[in-house]
Ligand binder design. Sequence first.
Ligand SMILES: CC(C)(COP(=O)(O)OP(=O)(O)OC[C@H]1O[C@@H](n2cnc3c(N)ncnc32)[C@H](O)[C@@H]1OP(=O)(O)O)[C@@H](O)C(=O)NCCC(=O)NCCS
Length: 215
Amino acid sequence: MIELRQEIPCDHRDTENVIREAFWNHYTPACNDHYLIHIMRDCPAFVPELDIVAVEDGRIIGNSMCLKSYIVGDDGKYYEVLSLGPIGVLPEYQHQGIGGRLIARTKEIAKELSFRGILLCGDPDYYTRQGFISAEKYEIRNAENMYADALLACELYQGAFSEISGCYYEDEIYNVDENCVKEFDKQFPTKEIVYGTPMQKKFEMMIERVKPCQR
Ligand SMILES: CC(C)(COP(=O)(O)OP(=O)(O)OC[C@H]1O[C@@H](n2cnc3c(N)ncnc32)[C@H](O)[C@@H]1OP(=O)(O)O)[C@@H](O)C(=O)NCCC(=O)NCCS
């Protein structure tokens, strides 16, 4: 049986391995997400209750994490929201609903913690199946004041975003230092780096799909 629970310190390296396996060569050659989660846990915006692992027979097979972030509203106010990600499931366990369960559990706990909603940059083809819609529908733009196809939003209660329009700022920690990633990755078994896969090309095009806000 696959169970979901909060990550604990002795899980850290196993979880980093799972995220590395899930993301390796997926959106980019190699990946930086295992290093990202390594440093996220010490970030002031980290929400430990939303650091969830999927476990089968004591083995970690999936993980998702969130950070607090904010929208600067067009009314000048700051609105706290959550950023979801990374989320990953070991390749051999994908397509069994584990990713969907991690997202559903995240929403449940985030509601209990009274968060307004969740934003993320990700593949609309996947997240629209998980209750996310284009942030543009709420007039939420990225930090460059652009509407982005990959910027997706999920309200945690009805109307949570309908009164807010503005720019979404995620934590700086998501902009990882590539040299630190390379150094950190030396602690893991060597893996082949593959360039130019169809998914990498799709991702590159996806993140470029932005349009200016006319405000
Ligand atoms: C995305 C991910 C977490 C989903 O986990 P999962 O356990 O496979 O998810 P679920 O089983 O709940 O849902 C899978 C469904 O979503 C679909 N799906 C997954 N990624 C998709 C994508 N990028 N585009 C479209 N559909 C996608 C699958 O085709 C699957 O449908 P199917 O089972 O009918 O084929 C997992 O595929 C993964 O770790 N991917 C690599 C890392 C990643 O992309 N993380 C998300 C970063 S934005």
